[in-house]
Write a protein that binds this ligand. Sequence first.
Ligand SMILES: Cc1ncc(COP(=O)(O)O)c(C=O)c1O
Length: 452
Amino acid sequence: MIRKTYQEQLQTWDKEYLWHPFTQMQDYLKETPLIIEEGQGINLRDADGKEYIDGISSMWCNLHGHRKKEIDDAIKQQLDKIAHTTLLGPSNIPAIELAKSLVEIAPKGLTRVFYSDNGSTANEVALKMAFQYWQHNGLKDKTQFVALQYGYHGDTIGTMSVGGIDIYHKVFQPLYFKTHLAPAPYCYRCLLEKQAENCSMACLEELENILKNHAAQIAAMIMEPLVQGAGGMIIHPTGYLSGVRALCRKYNVLLILDEVLTGFGRTGKMFACLHEDVAPDIMALSKGINGGYMPLAATLATEEIYNAFLGNYAELKTFFHGHTYTGNPLGCAAALASLELFKKERILENLESKINHLQTNLKRFELLEHVGEVRQRGLIAAIELVKDKTTKEPYPWEERIGIQVCLEARKQGLLIRPLGHIIVIMPPLSIKNIELDRMLDIIYKSLVVVLP
Ligand SMILES: Cc1ncc(COP(=O)(O)O)c(C=O)c1O
């Protein structure tokens, strides 16, 4: 714990010098900054010594808890050899070993690993790969993309071009390339005004219309499989993903799956697409790739896509993309240790009972007056708050309802972050049932305090 006076100094500097991401700083400046100093397991400790459950896995990335010995040791050992060396030219040992390990666990057909350092770049790489693939294959009109409404793939101009969240993306509209937005399968608020029970997935028909009419211009479809995260933890109905896969094949369009959030066990399987036996042409990974320890990302592609970039030096078929910290040895060493933990601790096998426990204990939330829907997939859950349960009228953005609930939870020792009026639950996979109970108790009490 740091000295009180120094802590106050840090709080002042935080407000004076920092600009926090996705944060309205005018509001932030009115609050006392929460400064995290340490972590252990699923807990975080602030500079005051107060503990919080890390209920959103430090922004959806931590898997095994904080200060996990095996990952700490792997990084320290790598540090004794080298911290960073470039992949532009030479290679490095952890990057090679990790590429092999990723291909071994990846959906069938993904055989090549291209590294970068965050989720946005993993998707940016995917989009550029898809685009250039068709340029080399002679279908030069394939320059457009299809994406889902409420989709989120990052904050670079390219990934925002395929984004579907108006609140984040609309202001940058003039900068975007051409993207067709298909309706998200958001059954609670069906964009096509159907009822989930008897709609036979009309949203897939809408997607088919887009693909049918523009197949000659569309390079790829990009989507988050099974769970659309930042768009509100929208859980797709079973069969939607395999339906998309079939349509992409039918219309000669590449399928990019953004598993940045869903990858590495979050949904109960190593990758979400495995629930429907789907293999994409390109897959983007980051966040949990090394247990949420440090920036690392990978874009996996098929041999067919890789081969399309081979040619004589002068042909300029090279994939001209690369970041300074691409394939960073420390990040890759941490990732190898994380994958080892999946085997050693039988993480995927043990997840099922936690997922069931979460499901059972979420039931009581449905009875609350202002809870419109509780949804869950794996160890990801969301509670959608509504002003009126019958009409599903949402809370106005200005009421900051989600923020209020999360601030109350913080007082009670839980760190979570909402998506507007949606409360997100995404603890590290290592959470125990008893800790899950504590976390849900705090959320329940916070809802009762804020929405009596
Ligand atoms: C599905 C998905 N893709 C991409 C990203 C962007 O990742 P990053 O914040 O590392 O750029 C995120 C981040 O939340 C995400 O949830």
